[in-house]
Write a protein that binds this ligand. Structure first.
Ligand code: LLP
Length: 436
């Protein structure tokens, strides 16, 4: 997985978006997140256009949790996507970018009262309701404002999708949503239909992330359609919207084989045709891809600071970033591919472990990987870091977070500035001893 514009020449010089990574590193410092605009735009448009072809046209609601900033929200608005937000902070970021609130879907299994108020105030298109408490509070706050808020109910379809397999379970022990079995969802639908201040527009279900098969996505759609028909028969209520969530896998490693979106869409079209009863319109389909839009566009450039060989001949290469800018290897044992700038492509290789700079043994970015021999000052590029890296970055060890720079056709623009040491203490207040 690499950005569309990433090139490595015969001397091993790496360029992205028409700019040498060394030049980017010198200009913006390292660690540095880089987004390749062309790759990002290609995926955004692919989802947008595939959904637009459905009848009625669907909406690609990019999942902001994968990576969000004011500029990225502005980009999504410019390209005509919708947006899934999960917090007041993501909502605020989108609104700051001037994002059309009508195309925002407000998620989250626990929205605080302030967040619900902010969503109502902004007039977001949909709330995805996750509990009866939320339904009640939302109804109350909407009534107080004299509005009727469109909602989707989050359902738990009983599909457990893992990376390479999925199972349909009778168990619905997820913290998210209302299980379609055991009458739990039925009670929620009945409550939503009876709650003044909210209008039930449809259902949502998300089955997991980094899913590398197409069947679970289709099974999810099938469960939602089957469940909708149950309500159509019982009460004549039929959803206007079915939001099938995100979770489309990407190729972190050469052996990862993500499903072809065209096939998922073809299956979906078929299901909508056979699953929509006579006399009603097929629901509008929302999808919420996050990772699969932004992961591949992203790389992180690091500078090698030190190398060492420890007993047992294990080689460590320590770089100037790590778990503060990419928590995924430590948290999920995620594996990334890396390349090194300026090394002869046919030159020697050795097995090394790329260690981060944070004070924790588990701060390893890439374990046991074959790379050219490195020395301090070399630039190492980790691929596929566009999703859940910047978004999950922290200030552990009081290390400032890296900037996000977007590149296209030889031009670089800052989307997020580098934090400074002063930023780290901006919210701190001085110590004054308590009187004993
Ligand atoms: N919609 C809902 C309701 C979700 O919960 C998620 C992800 C998405 C959409 C987007 O899923 P995507 O298309 O990005 O897979 N931090 C983890 C991923 C957590 C995903 C949580 N929900 C990671 O770094 O792998």
């Amino acid at each position: 997985m690499r950005p569309d514009t990433l090139e490595v020449n015969s001397r091993g010089v790496i360029r992205v978006g028409g700019i040498d990574v060394v030049q980017l590193a010198e200009e913006y410092g390292t660690p540095l997140y880089v987004l390749d605009y062309r790759t990002l735009r290609r995926y955004a448009r692919q989802y947008r256009d595939m959904l637009a072809e459905l009848s009625p046209p669907g909406v690609a609601c990019y999942a902001g949790k994968a990576h969000l900033s004011v500029a990225l929200a502005g980009f999504l608005q410019h390209e005509g996507l919708g947006l899934d937000v999960v917090s007041g902070g993501e909502l605020y970021t989108a609104l700051t970018a001037g994002f059309n609130p009508g195309r925002i879907v407000f998620h989250g299994n626990l929205k605080t009262e302030d967040e619900i108020r902010a969503g109502l105030e902004a007039r977001v298109g949909y709330f995805v309701v996750d509990s009866l408490d939320e339904l009640q509070l939302l109804g109350q706050l909407a009534r107080a404002r004299g509005v009727s808020q469109r909602v989707l109910l989050r359902l738990t379809p009983g599909i457990e999708a893992h990376t390479h397999e999925f199972i349909r379970t009778g168990q619905f022990d997820s913290k998210f949503g209302f299980g379609v079995a055991e009458g739990i969802a039925d009670r929620a639908v009945a409550a939503a239909l009876a709650t003044a201040g909210v209008s039930l527009a449809g259902f949502h279900a998300h089955i997991g992330s980094q899913i590398l098969e197409e069947d679970p996505f289709l099974a999810n759609a099938e469960v939602l359609l089957t469940y909708s028909r149950h309500w159509q028969r019982a009460r004549g209520w039929w959803p206007e919207v079915l939001d099938l969530g995100g979770g489309f896998g990407v190729r972190y490693q050469p052996e990862d084989d993500p499903p072809a979106l065209e096939r998922i869409m073809a299956g979906l079209r078929r299901q909508l045709r056979v699953g929509t009863p006579a006399g009603v319109a097929p629901p509008q389909i929302f999808l919420e891809p996050g990772r699969s839009i932004v992961a591949e566009a992203g790389i992180t450039i690091y500078t090698v600071g030190a190398t060492k060989t420890v007993p047992g001949d294990k080689r460590y290469v320590a770089v100037d970033g790590g778990m503060g800018d990419n928590i995924r290897p430590a948290l999920y044992q995620a594996r990334y591919q890396a390349i090194v700038d300026g090394k002869d492509p046919d030159g020697p290789r050795e097995i090394v472990t790329v260690a981060g700079r944070y004070c924790e043994s588990g701060d390893i970015l890439v374990r046991d990987v074959e790379l050219p021999p490195m020395v301090a000052g070399d630039r190492l590029v980790v691929l596929g870091t566009g999703a859940y890296n910047y978004a999950m970055a922290s200030n552990y060890n009081r290390v400032p977070r890296p900037p996000v720079v977007v590149v296209k056709d030889g031009e670089a623009r800052v989307w997020v500035q580098r934090e400074s040491w002063a930023d780290l203490t901006r919210l701190d207040r001085p110590f004054h001893p308590f009187a004993d």
